[in-house]
Design a protein around this ligand. Structure first.
Ligand SMILES: [Zn+2]
Length: 180
């Protein structure tokens, strides 16, 4: 099948765009090799922290832009975000659960790029790149609901690269004292 995302290429500049956002199309092995090298150089913990911040910021911005482009609101924005990540080949994401009080959520992922590129069984979850994505996306949805400040934690607790049948992320959303 053909990709389900529209790609516009600017004739003059060569810039690729989807929904007005500049995009890149790069080999998966390049993406994962860079990821592995940075993890090795910085150490898992430091790299994870950097990625979480960068990923959360980008996801928040993306959700904000998509809300304007598609006139969406609420949880639909986040679901759309997961659909688009899936359509762009990062893996197959699924929102399994979101608590009614917005206190927690669970996301599963199959065929993650990091699991597909893993060589043999990994001894730790490899798809922590996405933790920040979920944090930023859910922060956007929560703030749009008037919930803040928030402390959102996300951990990949099972990973296909470790032999599980899919990756699983647990998310805890702590509503701060300023919740209204
Ligand atoms: Zn994984």
């Amino acid at each position: 099948m053909k990709p389900s995302v529209d790609i516009d290429v600017d004739e003059e500049s060569g810039i690729w765009q989807t929904d007005g956002l500049p995009m890149l199309y790069i080999p998966r092995h390049f993406m994962v090799n860079v990821h592995r090298e940075v993890e090795r150089t910085l150490g898992l913990s430091a790299y994870r922290q950097v990625l979480t911040e960068a990923g959360a910021k980008s996801a928040y911005y993306w959700c904000q832009k998509q809300t304007q482009t598609y006139d969406m609101s609420g949880l639909r924005v986040f679901e759309h975000y997961l659909e688009r990540l899936t359509a762009r080949g990062w893996g197959q994401f699924r929102l399994e659960r979101i608590d009614e009080d917005f206190g927690g959520a669970e996301i599963t992922l199959k065929n993650s790029i990091y699991a597909l590129e893993s060589r043999g069984a990994a001894d730790h979850p490899t798809c922590y790149m996405f933790e920040g994505f979920f944090i930023g996306g859910l922060r956007y949805v929560a703030e749009a609901r008037g919930l803040k400040p928030l402390d959102i934690e996300c951990r990949e607790v099972e990973c296909e690269a470790m032999g599980f049948d899919r990756c699983r992320f647990e998310i805890k959303i702590n509503h701060g004292a300023g919740t209204h």
